[in-house]
Design a protein around this ligand. Structure first.
Ligand code: PMV
Length: 317
C-alpha cells in the first residue's frame, strides 16, 4: 500500500485570506491561481499494519510537534473516509524553501492527498481530491489542477472545491519568484486566517473581491495579461492591508519586498509588462510575459530568483 505523487505549488492572483470554517479550511472568499511548474513537492506514502505510529519526514527532517499533528490529523481524515485505521510513513521533498511564503503547503498537501488516497485505495475524482487537499491547506485544493484554477468558497465541505478555469496552454505567463528570505515565517497562514476578521478592512476586501472574480475569469478567457496583472497587484495590496490591520498586526514584508515592488512599478512606467504579487511571506512574485522576461530578470538580478511557467496538475508518479 504505497504510492508517490508530484504536485506543483501555485500563486493566487485573487487570494484567500480568512476562513468561514477554520477547521475545514472553508475560505471566506473564492480565489483564483496559476499553478507553478518550477516549484513542486514529491511525496511518498506507505500504509502498513506493521507500523505502530505515523512517521513523517519532510526534506530529510523528521517532523514533530504542531507540524506533525497537522499532518496526522489530515491522514486521520483520509483514514476515516476509507474506514481503515492503519499507520503511515510519509516522505516528502520540496525543490524550494518550505514555509517561506512560497506555498509549500499548497504543493505539500496536494501531493500528500493524492499519494495517501492512492495508497489507501480511496479512488476519487479531481473535484473530490481538491476537497480532501483543502482540509490540509486551502490553497492545496488549487494545486490539484494545472493552469488557471479557481477554488469556489462554498458554504460547506461539499460545496468548497477547486476546478480548472483554463489549461496551462491558455497563455504564456512567466512568474519570476524573488527569494528575499528563506526563513520559516514567524506567523503561520493558519493563524493569519484566524485573525483576518479582526481587521476592519476584511469585510470590505471580500466585497471588492466578489466583483473582481468575474473580471479576472473574463481576463483569463481573453488572454488579457495586463488585466490579470493589475488584479494580482490590487488584491495583493488589499490582502496585505488586511494583514497589517489585524489584531495583532501581521507584517510579512521586508525592506527588500518593498524595494522590489517599487522597481516593478518603475519598470511599468517605462513600458515593461511586469506586475507583482506577494503571498503570506516576504518573497515577491513578478508576473511578466515571455517577451519581457529577460529584461525584467536583468533588472532584478541582484536577488535570488526562480523562473517559472505555468504547471500541470497533481500526478501519481
Ligand atoms: O493555504 P493556506 O492556508 O496556506 O493559505 C494561503 C494563503 C495565501 O497564500 C496568502 C493566499 C492564497 O490564496 O494562496
Amino acid at each position: 500500500m504505497r504510492s508517490r505523487a508530484k504536485a506543483c505549488s501555485n500563486i493566487a492572483i485573487i487570494k484567500y485570506w480568512g476562513c468561514a470554517d477554520p477547521e475545514m479550511n472553508i475560505p471566506l472568499n473564492s480565489s483564483i491561481s496559476i499553478t507553478l511548474e518550477k516549484l513542486y513537492t514529491v511525496t511518498e506514502v506507505e500504509f502498513s499494519s506493521r507500523f505502530y505510529r505515523d512517521e513523517i519526514r519532510i526534506d530529510g527532517e523528521r517532523i514533530c510537534g504542531d507540524d506533525r499533528r497537522r499532518i496526522v490529523d489530515f491522514l486521520n481524515f483520509i483514514r476515516n473516509m476509507k474506514g481503515r485505521n492503519i499507520k503511515a510513513r510519509v516522505n516528502s521533498t520540496n525543490n524550494f524553501p518550505r514555509g517561506a511564503g512560497l506555498a509549500s503547503s499548497a504543493s505539500g498537501f496536494a501531493a500528500l492527498a493524492a499519494a495517501a488516497c492512492d495508497a489507501i485505495g480511496l479512488h476519487v475524482n479531481g473535484r473530490e481530491l481538491s476537497k480532501i487537499a483543502r482540509v490540509g491547506s486551502g490553497s492545496a485544493a488549487r494545486s490539484i489542477y494545472g493552469g488557471f484554477v479557481e477554488l469556489v468558497a462554498g458554504k460547506d465541505h461539499d460545496g468548497c472545491f477547486a476546478y480548472q478555469l483554463a489549461p496551462p496552454s491558455m497563455m504564456k505567463i512567466r512568474d519570476l519568484i524573488l527569494i528575499v528570505s528563506r526563513d520559516k515565517k514567524s506567523v503561520s497562514s493558519k493563524e493569519g486566517h484566524r485573525i483576518a476578521v479582526t481587521s476592519p478592512l476584511c469585510e470590505c476586501r471580500i466585497r471588492i473581491v466578489r466583483s473582481l472574480l468575474p473580471e479576472l475569469r473574463s481576463a483569463i478567457m481573453r488572454r488579457d495579461f495586463d488585466k490579470i496583472g493589475e488584479i494580482a497587484e490590487r488584491d495583493a495590496m488589499m490582502m496585505h492591508s488586511v494583514m497589517m490591520t489585524s489584531s495583532p498586526p501581521l507584517i510579512y514584508w521586508s525592506g527588500e519586498t518593498l524595494e522590489i515592488m517599487r522597481k516593478v512599478v518603475e519598470m511599468r512606467d517605462e513600458g515593461i509588462k511586469a506586475y507583482f504579487t506577494v503571498d503570506a511571506g516576504a518573497n515577491v512574485h513578478v508576473l511578466t510575459t515571455p517577451s519581457y522576461e529577460s529584461e525584467v530578470a536583468e533588472r532584478l538580478n541582484k536577488y535570488e530568483m526562480i523562473r517559472s511557467g505555468i504547471g500541470r496538475g497533481v500526478k501519481i508518479c
